[in-house]
Design a protein around this ligand. Structure first.
Ligand SMILES: C[S@@+](CC[C@H](N)C(=O)[O-])C[C@H]1O[C@@H](n2cnc3c(N)ncnc32)[C@H](O)[C@@H]1O
Length: 267
């Protein structure tokens, strides 16, 4: 299988975006075996024609065809397939983070256990200002779960303990992280329906990678993982099946090049 051609590659080669289905591209990547960390924010399969609340307005929950609900068995098979490919792409001492809500996270955790990953932490991202629950039949959904796993129990994975402790006023960092949704300033170049905050990705990458390491996101979206990676002096490969999101990522990347890198002060 010949390696795929990137849809976009920065001049220094440190930032590459691939257009297509992650399931097709991951097996052919030339970076196979060399990725130090993966962040994956896969489809939550929430687009079931329901409604939710956004900025005080009732809006459809539909995000796109990539997020259409399938059967539980189909969803689990999909999760097991892309996680298998991610495990092959990772360096043996690399780690993977996967974010999700209750709709997918149990399937992902189970698939990880089935595949031989070692679960390291389940970090809770708590949103202090979640949208209200319109149905009034549930507690307000205010968290997402981030599963962090090593490729196997033998892994000599990176955990930058001292950096995390320093970022937490010299106390051990707990597994509940309170952070707001992305600020409007992070969305000036375009919108993605499930954009993650840069601060979340920066903390994740600071915890488990070092300057120069290669980071991959198979569900790139607006490219938050990639922007955090380059701001911290890491290299990046992102994959998305939607061109409009790759376009947005490229715009964010080019804008980030004008900024002062963070890595000089972060570690
Ligand atoms: C939950 S969003 C990721 C959002 C991202 N974390 C951010 O901060 O913007 C998932 C993304 O995965 C893409 N996607 C869904 N299925 C895919 C697949 N099979 N291969 C590649 N991309 C896929 C969608 O187009 C969508 O942009």
């Amino acid at each position: 299988m010949s390696p795929p051609t990137p849809w976009y590659r920065s001049d220094d080669g440190a930032f590459a975006l691939y257009h297509g289905d992650a399931l097709d591209l991951l097996p052919a990547l030339k970076e196979r075996g060399a990725v130090r960390a993966i962040f994956a924010d896969p489809p939550y399969f929430l687009s079931n024609d329901g409604v939710t609340c956004q900025s005080g307005k009732m809006v459809s929950v539909n995000k796109g065809d990539w997020d259409r609900l399938t059967t539980v068995d189909d969803m689990h098979a999909f999760n097991a397939t892309w996680l298998t490919e991610c495990r092959r792409v990772l360096d043996a001492d690399g780690t993977i983070w996967v974010s999700g809500t209750r709709h997918v996270i149990y399937s992902i955790g189970f698939a990880m256990q089935q595949l031989g990953f070692k679960l390291l932490n389940d970090v809770v991202w708590e949103k202090p200002n979640p949208p209200p629950n319109l149905s009034c039949r549930y507690f307000t959904h205010s968290t997402e779960t981030l599963l962090w796993a090593a490729t196997s129990a033998k892994s000599k994975y990176t955990f930058n303990y001292a950096t995390m402790r320093r970022m937490n006023a010299e106390k051990q960092m707990k597994s509940v992280w309170t952070m707001t949704a992305p600020a409007a300033s992070e969305k000036t170049l375009g919108r993605h329906p499930t954009q993650k905050p840069l601060a979340l990705l920066e903390r994740i990458l600071l915890s488990c990678t070092d300057v120069g390491d290669l980071v991959l996101d198979p569900f790139n979206g607006s490219g938050t993982t990639g922007i955090a990676a380059v701001r911290l002096g890491r290299r990046y490969v992102g994959i998305d099946r939607e061109l409009e999101y790759l376009d947005l990522t490229k715009r964010r990347f080019l804008a980030s090049q004008a900024e002062q890198p963070l890595f000089a002060v972060a570690q």
